[in-house]
Design a protein around this ligand. Structure first.
Ligand SMILES: [Zn+2]
Length: 125
């Protein structure tokens, strides 16, 4: 197994930055912990999540179902899915279908589509 390169770290950081971006666009707390002080073993923002809860923040790239789970809670979910399918080259008039590419890839394709959608919705008011 090769040693991680600077490029690997850069990619991993950018990828988690995007996970965080989506999470915050969804209005959810990206849990952060200040280690070393007993009272800060809980999230410094929401105080709900303990540092001992592994995987406190979701990896939307590795598991696109997490993107769907959150987006399905929104009233504009069907519009998002229609748009995401267009981006994937799959034109459909059915708003509750998702292109299979989004489910089998772990590159963050669906996450990135959700970020684009949520930013556009926020900009359009
Ligand atoms: Zn939190």
């Amino acid at each position: 197994m090769r040693e991680p390169t600077d490029e690997d770290y850069k990619w991993a950081t950018e990828d988690w930055d995007k996970n965080r971006e989506l999470h915050e666009l969804l209005g959810l707390c990206w849990h952060e912990f200040s280690l070393g002080v007993a009272e800060y073993q809980y999230c410094i923002h929401c105080k709900k999540m303990s540092v001992y809860d592994f995987h406190a923040n979701p990896d939307y790239a590795a598991d696109p179902r997490l993107v769907l789970r959150e987006m399905m809670k929104r009233a504009d979910c069907c519009d998002f899915l229609l748009r995401a399918n267009v981006l994937a080259g799959k034109h459909t008039m059915i708003g509750d279908l998702i292109h299979i590419d989004y489910m089998i890839e772990d590159t963050g394709k669906l996450r990135d589509a959700a970020i684009e959608w949520l930013k556009k919705e926020a900009a359009d008011g």
